[in-house]
Design a protein around this ligand. Structure first.
Ligand code: AMP
Ligand code: MG
Length: 398
């Protein structure tokens, strides 16, 4: 049976990169950049005044007992004045271009103004004080954002600063979440004692939305071969990614694998040496769609989604791969079976600012109520073994 790492590699190898689309800046937050963004100009683009005050030639201020005539006023956005007489100064505003002939700014609070004359006292005026020099942050043409960057607030502002009105980003995949099972009943509808709430579809959709995937459809099929075939055939033709839950185990009603193969979806793997989530099935269709068929037990579903599906979707969007962070356990934990074990955890921060993972085991793969308040899970190596307090494992967020 495959290890989680082998399954992860196989998924990576079979997933096609999503196409590129162009989005206006206002819609770009959360998207993955597919082009490099370079500085349009030097940054700052000119010697920029950093304080409200008086722009002057520092040498003149020293030689004239700190008294200069105010020759003009210049605001941010004004073309630069020229200091024609070095014995004068220009009243200046934050963000303005430094006037020609000036090399320093004295803040307004350090100056005394009487009519046309500004006095700067005895304090020495240093060249370039309160001036943010042209190109001191970055040079025109330097790489600001690399393709593969996920855009959050600073990156969107940087792209705007580089003059980009639209950005080439990965198109969002068209995803459909499909639950299976005769026993499942929609929240809000009347339920019989032998029935179960259809909770997985909501958990999956919530995770997808939380991770920035917005084009998510939802469907439910009963454990009926003809119905499954008809619905899956439709979804394979209309979506990039199918995420199924249930119907992939060994029971008589676990019809998903054989119907998928009949519809031309090529099996890449079935079963991973892990708990929970061992029966996970993954395949790809010839014309592109990828199919993640997750086991139906609610803990298995959410674990497989965060462990395999979300990283795969990020990779398909072209997002630069970030390895799962490592975190240490706050208490020992025993893994009995010779399978990789996914242990739900709550993150804790100690007085020294170190974060560690508090085990929050469930009562089996059906016990999703125990997941309330957890942040994700760690991947522990196969047992039998007792992993001590401080054991470092990979952490996956829900
Ligand atoms: P299955 O993988 O179809 O054999 O289902 C395994 C267990 O998960 C059964 O107890 C199902 O009732 C339950 N289950 C399957 N799908 C869902 C779902 N969408 N929401 C909640 N529980 C589910
Ligand atoms: Mg089922």
């Amino acid at each position: 049976m495959l290890t989680p790492a082998q399954a992860e590699t196989l998924i990576e190898q079979h997933l096609a990169c999503l196409p590129i689309e162009s989005l206006p800046l206002t819609q770009a937050a959360g998207a993955v950049l597919r082009e490099n963004i370079y500085a349009e100009r030097d940054q700052p683009p000119f010697d920029r005044v950093a304080m409200d005050g008086f722009a002057l030639a520092s040498a003149a201020a020293a030689s004239n007992s700190g008294r200069l005539r105010v020759a003009g006023i210049q605001a941010a956005g004004d073309p630069p004045h020229t200091l024609s007489d070095p014995e004068s100064c220009i009243e200046i505003m934050t963000g303005a271009m430094l006037p020609h002939g000036c090399d320093a700014v004295v803040p307004v609070e350090n100056a005394q103004r009487t009519g046309e004359i500004a006095e700067f006292g005895r304090k020495a005026v240093e060249p370039w004080q309160n001036v943010h020099r042209r190109g001191s942050d970055c040079r025109q043409g330097s790489l600001l954002l690399a393709a593969g960057t996920r855009l959050s607030a600073p990156e969107v502002a940087i792209a705007a600063g580089a003059g980009m009105a639209r950005l080439r980003v990965s198109a969002q995949p068209m995803i459909v979440v499909i639950s299976t099972g005769n026993e499942l009943v929609e929240p809000g509808e009347q339920i019989e004692p032998h029935q179960v709430r259809r909770s997985n579809a909501y958990g999956i959709t919530a995770a997808l939305r939380q991770h920035g995937f917005a084009r998510v459809a939802d469907d439910h099929v009963r454990d009926d071969e003809a119905e499954i075939e008809k619905r899956l055939d439709f979804h394979l033709r209309t979506h990039d990614v199918l995420i199924l839950s249930g119907g992939v185990s060994m029971g008589k009603m676990d019809l998903i694998p054989k119907v998928l193969e009949r519809l031309g979806v090529t099996l890449v793997f079935h079963h991973i040496a892990q708990r929970p989530g061992k029966p996970m099935w993954f395949g790809v269709s010839e014309d592109g769609p990828a199919v993640f068929a997750l086991p139906g037990n609610p803990v298995s579903t959410l674990v497989c989604l965060a462990r395999y599906v979300l990283p795969a979707l990020r990779a398909a969007m072209g997002q630069s791969a970030a390895d799962a962070p490592r975190i240490s356990l706050t208490s020992p934990f025993e893994v009995k079976a010779p399978l990789a074990f996914y242990l739900p955890v709550k993150l804790r921060s100690d007085d020294w600012g170190r974060t560690s993972a508090e085990p929050r085991p469930t009562n089996g793969s059906g016990d999703f109520t125990a997941l309330a308040g957890t942040d994700g899970f760690v991947e522990l190596p196969p047992g039998p073994n007792t992993f001590p307090k401080g054991f470092v494992a990979r952490f996956f967020r829900w």
